[in-house]
Structures are given as structure tokens and as C-alpha cells.
Ligand binder design. Structure first.
Ligand code: 6R9
Length: 654
């Protein structure tokens, strides 16, 4: 991680206590910590009942009789979309803006809660007319346009299950996710705007569905890019035509609290992405509660903006479900931060008077690089709370964020969580916590975190260890789609024999003497590129699927801008090696990975080598390759089968 070495972190002395002004109006207070410490389950039951509308109240908060399969609020009944829409309208807030949408080319739309509710009702009726019902899977592959939110909520409203696939993923990735989830319907767009151009989406869907039997019966296409698309009669339908003829009335039915809400694919340690399953009542409780407390949301006056794409968990929890369950007004932006000019984000904050802003360290670092002159050219005085997510934020970026974007006063909350945890787990609370740059700080009320050593016993400061969640939590994943064994093995078996059923997060961490937690990055083969998760195995298997490649090893190397960068070491097949220059081979392989997975996975560097460092049992020693890629002295090579390999590789790279 950039400058987040444990040594530099331990010398971080800056402290930022809350101001009296902030504390006097803050949503959170010491009282919620006290409440949760006295009665953890009672606290969550209380959050569920005060923040959400239950069609039928629950009698049991948590059923943990069959770990790791948890049930929260199991006999309660709820409709997630009703909670995000209808009830705000019924409470007299129909005229409040739900979404200020800003298209990349400069077009914009403001949509009220009343309008959004009608759109979702129409879309729900369209889904029903296409034969989608409770439990059916719907794949969503859309740009950041309001229809993405409408589509997700319409699926939720009828008790079906969405799987959103990030628009940057390739046709191949789309196909494997559609197949794994057995989706019956795909909702896409002709194209979307990115970096001043229209990028096509419908074509990738056509590619994913071409030439094979698929569970997909229909493709609904939103018109956005106005680019030319191919059309399969009978299968494809225009979203705007279907919605226009659909009934604007739809009554939300109550579903069980554990009704599946969505599957979201994320990278794990193997080549095959995992379909993380989330359900309804517990998930909505924790996203609503954290969104309110961690961001100090005052829905009647705040304008909130989370820059994440809805294709990631942050977009699910803190663009769609959290803010809408809380009746917030938010900004949704289609494009990139620097189009058409490097101040685009700050211009949007100025235009809408954004008061709460949530983004990733990689973005902050790229703005730091451009310089403070750009944000200084805009009025950012509306900002009062800043959030960070996706990877550790180095103290320098934290302080810059607070000073330059937050006017030297806005609290910065560093929020640690994962696709699997569904909602924020570790973070300071603005108005309560004395903030410490670089530390994610403390578990939120109602969450139990421990740092354990390899032997399953608690590690004391200043030693580092493995981060575990020791008690079930409402928004926890309920499984890996179609693979209960992998669910058990990946997350729950690590400490089972040693200290009971605890959730192993895959992150290393350290606690300081104040009890504040410092995240140290992944301890497995998962990389973090600009806050996006990618697995080394996934990229390696994409590389070896190319005809010229014999073997490949991928590492995440520290990178100033993106946190980590993908670096690949590739052995070519000897017959193929001579057919092109090294530069040609590298260029070919970089674009091959982008086609197989998506542009985010494209290796920054590829080194063509003759050997890879392996142990006697044949395991590639990525640790040594990482030393090479990061330009470090090479570590212990004694377990290598052939100890001269590293010398050959380093010579080759000179
Ligand atoms: C929400 C999200 C999860 C992984 C996680 C960790 C890293 C996320 C972090 C952080 C340090 C933070 N991570 N937030 N590390 N400080 N505030 O990013 O989910 O895409 O599943 O990634 O990201 O390594 O394990 P996801």
C-alpha cells in the first residue's frame, strides 16, 4: 500500500477531535455505542424497527442455530423497494429530489421520490409481463443512469434477484455470470458515455448470448448512447416502449426477510468469481443504519454523493439501498472525473451543493497529483462530511482530502467493509470519534471484530494479525451462489477448530494502544487495483488461455496512483515465441486480458521470462515476483526448487 507501511503508520501522530458545532447537531452519539454494548441484538432489532417499515414485525432477531447460515428477522416480512420509495411518498416527501442525475455530456435530470416510485412501479409491471417472478435472476448491465437504479428496485419490488455486472466487464465475464446465476432476463443499454465517447453495451450482451443455449429469454434495452445496435426479434425489447405502455400502479407485496435480494460477483483466490448472495431485511437494516450514522445524514437538508458505480457493492449499498431507504437526496454521475475537464467532480459538487461526499483513495491521490489549483477553482463550502472506501487511505491523502476538499474542517471517515459484509463494519462516527488519519478506527456499534494470530488467539498491540468478524451481523453474506462448500471453506473454516465459527475477511490488520484498527491489505491472492478487487488466478487463467502462452504468474505491485497495479510474468510457448517481437507479444496479451475480463484487469506491465520461481512442490512463489516488480531486494529463496531462477529473471528485466 502506498506509504502505508506499518512503521510510517505507527508514527502518525495527528488527531482530529470533533468540533463542538458538529457534535451538537450529529446523528450519532456515544449512546448508540452504549446501547449496542449492553444488548447487541436488541440494538439491531431497534435499528430495524426504527429505520424500516415492516409489513409484518419479526419476533426473533437472529437465528444462529446452524452456523455459518444465519437468519436475521426471519419471521418478519418486508418489501425493500417499498422502503426505498412508497413510504417516503406516503410520508409527504414525494416532492423531495431522490436523484440529481448528471450525464457525462452535460445533460441532467432531477427525479423526485414520487417520480421514481412511478418509474419503478411501471418497470415492475414490465418484469412481471415478461414472466419474471419471485426468486428469478435478472442480470443488469447498465451505465450510471437513473434506469440502473430503477431496474434494481423493480427487481427487488417483485421479490426477484438482481445481479448487476459492472459495465466495464467484457462479454466473456458477462457470459460466465449470466450462466452461473441462470439469469432469465438481461437489462442493458445501447451504450453509455465515458471519456467523451459512447461505449457500446448491447453488443457485449449479444456476444455473451450468441451461439449457445441460454436461460435468458429477453433483453430489455435502455436507449442512452443512441448508437446503432443489432436486434434479435422476439428477444429484444426497448425499455422506453415497454415502460410507456405499462401500468403505473403496482402494489408492493411483502416478502420474507430472508428473501434473496441480489447476487454480486467478486474476485476470490481462485480463477472463478464468487456470486455473493445478500438477502433483504438484515441487509437493508445495516445499510440504512450505517448510511445514517457514518455519514451523519440529515435527509431533509443534505445532498449526498457517492461516486461508486452501481456495478460494485459500494454502489449497491451506498448509491441505491442505503440512501434511498433513508429518503436522501443524492447525485448520480454517469462519467469519468476528468471529462470534459479535470474539475468535473468539483463542478458537480458546486452545482448541487453536495454536503456529504464518499469516494475512493485512488481518486483522491489522482487529484493530489493534479494539484489543489483545480478544486480551489470551485466553491466546495457545502461539503461537511467526507468518506473513503476501497483500500487503506494513506495519511497524506487523508489530510489533503480534509484540507483541500473539506475546507480543513470536514471530518473524514475511512470505512472498511467488503462485498461479503454488505455494509460498513469499521469506521469512525463523525461528531463522536476523534479521527486518526490512516486508521479505519473502530467497529461500528453492534459489530464484533477481532485480530487473531495464525493460532486463533487474540493478537495484542502492536502486533499484526488476521481480521475476523466474531459475531454474525445483519448484512452478512448468506452464501456463495450455488456453492455452499466454498462458502464454508473460504470464510468460516479458517479458525473453526481454534476459536469457533468466525468470519475470516482475508485482510491483515493491526490494533494500536487506543484500540484503533489499521488495515494492512489482503493476506491472500486478491489484489486491489484502484479499490477494485481482482484475483491473481483470474488474470493468470486469462493469460494462459491465449495460444502463445505456456505459463503465467500475476502479482499486485505497489503503485502510487492505483494502490496496486497488475504485473504479469509470462512464459511463451517456444514455437510461438519467435513469431512476434516481445513488444508485440506484450501488446497482444494486454488486450487479450482486457477482452477476457475487462479493461480494469489489463496488466500494467508484462514481462516475458523463461522461468518462474517455484517451490519444490511446484507452487509459484509470487512473493519473490512481487519483490522484483516493486524493485526490492529479493527475499528468502531457499525454498525454491531452482535457486538460480530469480537471478535469471532479474537479469532479464534490466
Ligand atoms: C467496499 C469494498 C473489499 C476489500 C477488503 C479490503 C479493501 C475496502 C477498505 C479496505 C482498507 C478500507 N478495503 N475498504 N482496506 N481500508 N477502508 O471495497 O468491497 O470490493 O469487496 O473489497 O477492499 O482489502 O477486503 P470489495
Amino acid at each position: 500500500m502506498p506509504s502505508n507501511s506499518i512503521d510510517s503508520l505507527l508514527h502518525e501522530e495527528r488527531r482530529f477531535p470533533p468540533s463542538e458545532n458538529f457534535t451538537s447537531q450529529a446523528i450519532a452519539s456515544q449512546a448508540i455505542y452504549d446501547e449496542a454494548a449492553t444488548d447487541r441484538l436488541g440494538f439491531w432489532a431497534n435499528q430495524a424497527r426504527t429505520l424500516l417499515h415492516w409489513h409484518k414485525d419479526f419476533s426473533e432477531t437472529l437465528d444462529w442455530s446452524n452456523p455459518p447460515f444465519a437468519k436475521w428477522f426471519a419471521d418478519g416480512k418486508i418489501n425493500v423497494a417499498y422502503n426505498c420509495l412508497d413510504r417516503h411518498v406516503q410520508a409527504g416527501n414525494g416532492d423531495r429530489v431522490a436523484i440529481h442525475w448528471e450525464g457525462e455530456p452535460g445533460d441532467s435530470r432531477s427525479i423526485t421520490y414520487a417520480e421514481l416510485t412511478v418509474e419503478v412501479k411501471r418497470a415492475a409491471n414490465v418484469l412481471l409481463s415478461l414472466g419474471i417472478g419471485q426468486g428469478d435472476r435478472v442480470a443488469i448491465y447498465l451505465p450510471m443512469i437513473p434506469e440502473a437504479v430503477v431496474a434494481m428496485l423493480a427487481v427487488a419490488r417483485i421479490g426477484a434477484v438482481h445481479t448487476v455486472i459492472f459495465g466495464g466487464f467484457s462479454s466473456e465475464s458477462l457470459r460466465s455470470r449470466i450462466d452461473d446465476a441462470s439469469a432469465k432476463l438481461v437489462i442493458t443499454a445501447d451504450g453509455g458515455w465515458r471519456k467523451g465517447k459512447v461505449f457500446p453495451l448491447k453488443g457485449a450482451v449479444d456476444g455473451a448470448l450468441a451461439g449457445k443455449k441460454s436461460t435468458v429469454g429477453n433483453v430489455l434495452v435502455v436507449r442512452r448512447g443512441e448508437n446503432v445496435v443489432d436486434w434479435v426479434d422476439g428477444r429484444d425489447r426497448w425499455w422506453h416502449e415497454e415502460l410507456a405502455s405499462a401500468d403505473a400502479e403496482h402494489e408492493a407485496e411483502a416478502f420474507e426477510a430472508e428473501n434473496p435480494l441480489f447476487i454480486l460477483y467478486t474476485s476470490g483466490t481462485t480463477g472463478k468469481p464468487k456470486g455473493i448472495l445478500h438477502t433483504s431485511g438484515g441487509y437493508l437494516t445495516q445499510v440504512a443504519s450505517t448510511h445514517k450514522n457514518v455519514f451523519d445524514l440529515h435527509p431533509e437538508s443534505d445532498v449526498y454523493w457517492c461516486t461508486a458505480d452501481v456495478g460494485w457493492i459500494t454502489g449497491h449499498s451506498y448509491v441505491v439501498y442505503g440512501p434511498l431507504a433513508n429518503g436522501a437526496t443524492q447525485v448520480l454521475y454517469e462519467g469519468t472525473p476528468d471529462t470534459p475537464h479535470p474539475g468535473r467532480w468539483w463542478e458537480i459538487i458546486q452545482k448541487y451543493g453536495v454536503s456529504i461526499f464518499y469516494t475512493a483513495p485512488t481518486a483522491i491521490r489522482s487529484f493530489m497529483k493534479i494539484g489543489r489549483e483545480v478544486p480551489n477553482g470551485f466553491d466546495l463550502t457545502s461539503l461537511r462530511v467526507l468518506g473513503s472506501v476501497g483500500e487503506p487511505i494513506n495519511p497524506e491523502a487523508w489530510v489533503w482530502y480534509r484540507d483541500i476538499i473539506g475546507g480543513g474542517t470536514a471530518p473524514v471517515v475511512d470505512t472498511w467493509w467488503q462485498t461479503e459484509t454488505g455494509a460498513i463494519m469499521i469506521s469512525g462516527l463523525p461528531g463522536v470519534t476523534t479521527l486518526k488519519p490512516g486508521s479505519a478506527q473502530v467497529p461500528i456499534p453492534g459489530i464484533k471484530i477481532d485480530i487473531l494470530g495464525e493460532d486463533g488467539t487474540r493478537v495484542d498491540p502492536p502486533n499484526g494479525g488476521l481480521l475476523v468478524v466474531s459475531e454474525p451481523w445483519p448484512s452478512m453474506l448468506r452464501g456463495i451462489w450455488g456453492d455452499p462448500e466454498r462458502f464454508q471453506e473460504t470464510y468460516w473454516d479458517r479458525f473453526k477448530a481454534l476459536s469457533g465459527t468466525k468470519y475470516f475477511a482475508g485482510d491483515g490488520a493491526h490494533v494500536d494502544a487506543d484500540g484503533d484498527i489499521w488495515l494492512l491489505g489482503r493476506v491472500d491472492d486478491v489484489m486491489n487495483i484502484s479499490g477494485h478487487r481482482l484475483s491473481t488466478a483470474e488474470i493468470e487463467s486469462a493469460l494462459v488461455s491465449h495460444r502463445i502462452v505456456a505459463e503465467a504468474a500475476v502479482v499486485g505491485a505497489a503503485d502510487e496512483a492505483t494502490g496496486q497495479a497488475v504485473v504479469a510474468f509470462v512464459i511463451l510457448k517456444s514455437k510461438q515465441a519467435k513469431k512476434q517481437t516481445t513488444d508485440e507479444a506484450v501488446a497482444m496479451l494486454r488486450s487479450h486480458v482486457a477482452e477476457q475480463i475487462g479493461a480494469i484487469a489489463r496488466p500494467k506491465q508484462i514481462f516475458i521470462v523463461n522461468e518462474l520461481p517455484k517451490t519444490r512442490s511446484g507452487k509459484i512463489m509470487r512473493r519473490l515476483l512481487q519483490d522484483v516488480a516493486e524493485g526490492r531486494e529479493i527475499g528468502d529463496t531457499t525454498t525454491l526448487a531452482d535457486t538460480s531462477v530469480m537471478q535469471i529473471i532479474t537479469d532479464k528485466m534490466k
